[in-house]
Design a protein around this ligand. Sequence first.
Ligand code: KG4
Ligand code: ZN
Length: 341
Amino acid sequence: MALILGIESSCDETAAALVDSDGTVRAHKLARQEAAHRPYGGVVPEIAARAHVEMIGPLVEAALDEAGVTLDQVDAIAATAGPGLIGGVMVGLVTGKALALASGRPLIAINHLEGHGLSPRLAERDLEFPYLLLLVSGGHCQLLLVEGVGAYRRLATTIDDAAGEAFDKTAKLLGLGFPGGPAVEKAAEHGNPRAVPLPRPLVGSGEPHFSFAGLKSAVARAVGQHSAQDIAASFQQAVVDCLVDRTRIALAKVRPTALVVAGGVAANSAVRTALESLAAENDLRFVAPPLWLCTDNAAMIAWAGAERFAAGLTDPLDVPARPRWPLDPDAEKVRGAGVKA
Ligand code: KG4
Ligand code: ZN
């Protein structure tokens, strides 16, 4: 049994966690920066980096305390090394390097997307490769065939915005505040999903790529013409329709053991419910990690570290922080895409 310390700081959550190689989460600590960024309506990289510097040390200590262990009882240190806001990534990675150096334990550099991608195996320990992963977060919208630890085949990506980004921009247009996803979901509860005619970009096309920029523009045009609740509900329904249609196309191309959804947008219950039906339609197991494991956290980083450690994969202390870091380096470039890792 190995005990892994995980560190996450790639966006606006600072987090530290301790996870056993059998999947027991011994501790997970997290500090959100929402209040600091709210006045700006989005994450400000400089503010995020400073907040990570202040929070990371105390959070690591709190996680060790909660688990009742000291640093020398930890077998390896896993830290997010990208992709993300580079200032924040550097804070967490440098902290991981310092702790690895001080303790003499190996460092494991984790791709944040791999953290999301393997988190379903922490949630359900008997989930086997290969599974089809819909990774939907603030920065990413991808369909990946997860074939093993470190083996990810990208089937689709977004040619413009990520799904979470579309939620955040819609929230901003509707004056619902930040972060947008949960606010739009809440407003949608009281709205009519058929009230506002909105486009479903790329739906019906043969490759399972995504596009959300046109949807966002249509939302902007609807503001003032309909209630915020109706726009929120109609927008959410449009996103759900896009995600389901694109995932259905991908499912026709591969033979996975399960359909899995991860990333912050997987916290949305309309998204979860629709994908669950799609999985049932295809006689596939459906896995969605619990909400706290869907949004950014360090338990998923520690878990990805545990999977890598078990495979004998560790990294040198000079491993770089990377603002961009594609999970599948062989994936073909898609027109309009490539701006996001
Ligand atoms: O994975 P995550 O925590 O951070 C990134 O790596 O991006 O995802 C954050 C994204 C944000 O865009 C947020 O608005 C969205 O996930 N999100 C949601 C919900 N909760 C978070 N989107 C829709 N519905 C939600 N309930
Ligand atoms: Zn994330």
